[in-house]
Design a protein around this ligand. Structure first.
Ligand SMILES: [Fe+2]
Length: 343
């Protein structure tokens, strides 16, 4: 398997090639035309688009971009986006031209972070960087889990395994597992507790494009299709556990459950909360008048992983709805809790 780095910028994308088949890893939307041209020019068939996680610093593929590339988008099952064609989990194996790509779940930077192990190498996303690691202070981040993923999973790969990170801010291209084990200052000689403390003290500014990128990437909608709320307004929406939502639904005054996923997700694998009302995110603003009767009643907003619903909850909050809650962890958490679903 041939590995080529494509962008020559801080945000790295990779092209994997086996024979006439190719996979794109972490493509950046603004470079779509370049990728399409490259594939066409070399007569390559794009078989897979692999995302290492939901990115906060660049726009991922949109609905339109997906159509241009014509390949299925692969992400971890905890990814919030509705634009994923194939959800994978730890241990899953994908094939490219007959060669193996193994999924290693590495939560920490985001809950949906994965590394892709390829012959002789590993694409580590923002989990393991050259001499560093991805920040863990975004919603859903967890430095302890990241330490475990790197030290127990990635560092157990053979020392000569080539590391292909999703970022580098110092012009470096690759490293190896052996080098990172010995010299990465975040992990070398550090206990889990020391790592968690260190990551908690980084105090990094939020990336410039986080506001425009993260909610777009989580929802699959363009900023032109949905007026996304401010991060502070999202943080103000209380989250309820699945068990607590189930308890309230069984009470004398049950909340309205508002499901903001796409229609195909509502009737898809995860099903939906029985009795919930489907209103996809891009239709929410138009449907607000019809929800007017709920201004003073409780509304629980639901989506796949709890990210889109937090944004939708903030949109409702801004519109004057006073008792809006978010189902923490979305339908993934609801089904994991064994609560009833309808299809
Ligand atoms: Fe990232």
């Amino acid at each position: 398997m041939q590995v080529e780095e494509l962008n020559a910028t801080n945000c790295k994308s990779y092209l994997l090639v086996v024979g006439g088949e190719a996979a794109l890893v972490d493509p950046v939307r603004e470079r779509l035309a370049t990728y399409a041209q490259l594939l066409r020019g070399r007569g390559l068939r794009l078989a897979l688009v692999l995302e290492t996680h939901t990115h906060a610093d660049h726009l991922m593929l949109s609905r339109d971009a997906k159509e241009v590339l014509g390949a299925p988008v692969v992400m971890h099952r905890e990814s919030p986006s509705p634009l994923v064609d194939r959800h994978v989990q730890d241990g899953d194996v994908l094939l490219l031209g007959g060669e193996r790509i193994e999924v290693i779940h590495c939560p920490g930077h985001t809950p949906d972070s994965v590394s892709y192990r390829i012959p002789g190498g590993v694409l580590t996303g923002d989990t393991l960087l050259i001499g560093g690691s991805g920040r863990c202070d975004f919603p859903g981040g967890d430095a302890g889990k990241q330490y475990d993923a790197v030290t127990a999973r990635l560092f157990s790969l053979p020392d000569e395994t080539v590391v292909y990170p999703a970022h580098d801010y110092n012009g470096q291209t690759t490293s190896t597992i052996g080098t990172e084990k010995r010299t990465n200052p975040r992990f070398s000689g550090k206990t889990r507790g020391e790592y968690v403390a260190l990551m908690g003290e980084l105090g990094l500014p939020f990336p410039e494009k986080i506001q425009q990128s993260l909610q777009v990437n989580q929802s699959g909608f363009e900023a032109a299709e949905v007026t996304f709320p401010l991060v502070a307004d999202i943080a103000a929406i209380p989250a309820l556990s699945p068990a607590e939502v189930a308890r309230r639904l069984a009470s004398a005054a049950p909340p309205l459950v508002l499901d903001v996923r796409e229609p195909e997700e509502f009737v898809g694998d995860l099903g939906h909360v029985p009795g919930s009302l489907p209103v996809p995110m891009d239709a929410l603003a138009h449907r607000l008048p019809k929800l007017a009767g709920y201004v003073d009643r409780e509304i629980v907003v639901v989506c796949r992983a709890g990210a889109r619903s937090a944004s939708a909850g903030a949109i409702l909050g801004q519109a004057g709805f006073r008792h809006v809650k978010n189902l923490d962890g979305g339908m993934l958490a609801w089904t994991a809790a064994g609560l009833p679903v309808a299809h």
